[in-house]
Design a protein around this ligand. Structure first.
Ligand code: SAH
Length: 363
């Protein structure tokens, strides 16, 4: 049994079952035993690999995107470049290097990294110390000072706790994590239906047949981001895996060193994620006055930002072995097969409506 499982069993024995969202939040973010609190899971030797770890091209294109957005904002003399969940800091390093083509951007930028994990904060410090820009760390987005801002969030929302509800003949019941007859962690349904649930979910979801599962997250961070860009100027770019329209179905998954795992086995030692519902994010942002761009596929977004030309430029300078790596990275980031991220991952932005068209989204 993992140390976190022992603690979860104690909590449940004392307080009763917890929601799937509470369980996920503790698995990833428990201050001592949480998955991200204790390790650096990224990269080829880790549990999984993310787009910025696949190729420098990803962060570079996002850096150029940010520089173009900054120009569209009227080139403010001071602005915050915020990253939510920066992992190893790789994306930010690549982005700032590429954005040096716009020297005034580099002299106006203040970097704000939002990261809950002390282990990853240290990792980010190591990656970013050589850069000559002011950098501050915050445990939550709400702590980032107000003012014009550009926000980047790659594979951040998929790590935020997800709730699950199951449709039964007596209504929608929240799925909980409790203890089975053998004392092990087990899924169970809350005995009472969620009040008024059918009135807050899309109609196609509300009328689902018994057994259907619906997942949702708190909209707090999304609303906060959208409100900030609408009020202070700027844009927030989110790239994540998920669906463009709200849908039924269970997507909570656990990934460890050996591939997919049972989400209730080895809590704290495997990553937990669930698909991002871009339709809900978009609705949340529009409600508070931001303009929504996308979602479009990651493949389309990167192609429109010029990834093919960037790959050709790198290939021209590379030895044969490296050229093959560049081609493989391009295919992985933009391709549509099951092993690739180009279709499964989506890009979406919230922006100040005054900005108009955004690179990558509107041509
Ligand atoms: N963007 C990085 C890492 C993605 S993994 C990349 O693409 O490689 C998710 C990241 O979000 C990790 O850095 C994790 O520690 C952080 N994180 C997860 N939940 C968080 C929360 N609630 N607040 C701040 N950071 C969080």
């Amino acid at each position: 049994m993992t140390p976190l499982e022992a603690e979860l069993r104690r909590i449940i024995a004392a307080d009763g079952p917890m929601s799937v969202a509470t369980y996920m939040g503790l698995c990833l973010g428990h201050p001592v035993h949480g998955y991200y609190m204790t390790r650096d899971p990224f990269g080829r030797a880790g549990d999984f690999i993310t787009a910025p770890e696949i190729s420098q091209m990803f962060g570079e294109l996002i850096g150029l995107w940010a520089a173009a957005v900054w120009q569209a904002m009227g080139a403010p003399a001071q602005f915050a470049l915020v990253e939510l969940g920066p992992g190893r800091g790789t994306l930010m390093v690549d982005a700032l290097r590429a954005a040096r083509v716009v020297p005034a951007f580099a002299s106006s930028v203040q970097v704000h990294l939002v990261e809950t994990s002390p282990t990853l904060q240290r990792r980010q410090q190591e990656s970013l110390t050589a850069l000559k820009v002011p950098i501050a760390w915050h445990p939550a987005f709400a702590a980032v000072p107000s003012g014009p801002l550009i926000v980047i969030a790659n594979e951040f929302f998929d790590a935020l706790p997800v709730h699950q509800a199951v449709k039964t003949p007596s209504g929608w019941h929240e799925r909980m994590v409790g203890l089975g007859p053998d004392g092990k962690l087990a899924f169970a349904l809350h005995p009472d239906p969620i009040p008024e649930f059918a009135s807050v979910v899309p109609e196609a979801i509300a009328s689902a047949t018994a057994g259907a599962v619906y997942e949702w997250r708190s909209g707090e961070v999304a609303a906060d981001l959208a409100r900030r860009v609408a009020e202070h100027g700027g844009a927030a770019l989110m790239i994540d895996y998920g669906h463009s329209e709200s849908a039924l179905g269970e997507t909570l998954q656990a990934v460890g060193r050996h591939g997919f795992a049972d989400p209730l086995a080895s809590p704290g030692e495997v990553d937990l994620t669930a698909h991002v519902d871009f339709a809900v994010l978009a609705r949340t942002a529009r409600e508070v006055g931001a303009r929504v761009h996308g979602p479009i596929s990651q493949g389309d977004f990167l192609r429109r930002l010029g990834i093919e030309a960037r790959a050709a430029g790198l290939r021209a300078k590379a030895a044969a072995v490296q050229a093959a790596d560049i081609d493989a990275a391009l295919a992985r980031l933009t391709g549509s097969g099951r092993e690739s991220m180009g279709e499964l991952f989506k890009a979406m932005a919230f922006a100040d409506p005054k900005l108009g068209a955004l690179p990558g989204f509107d041509g």
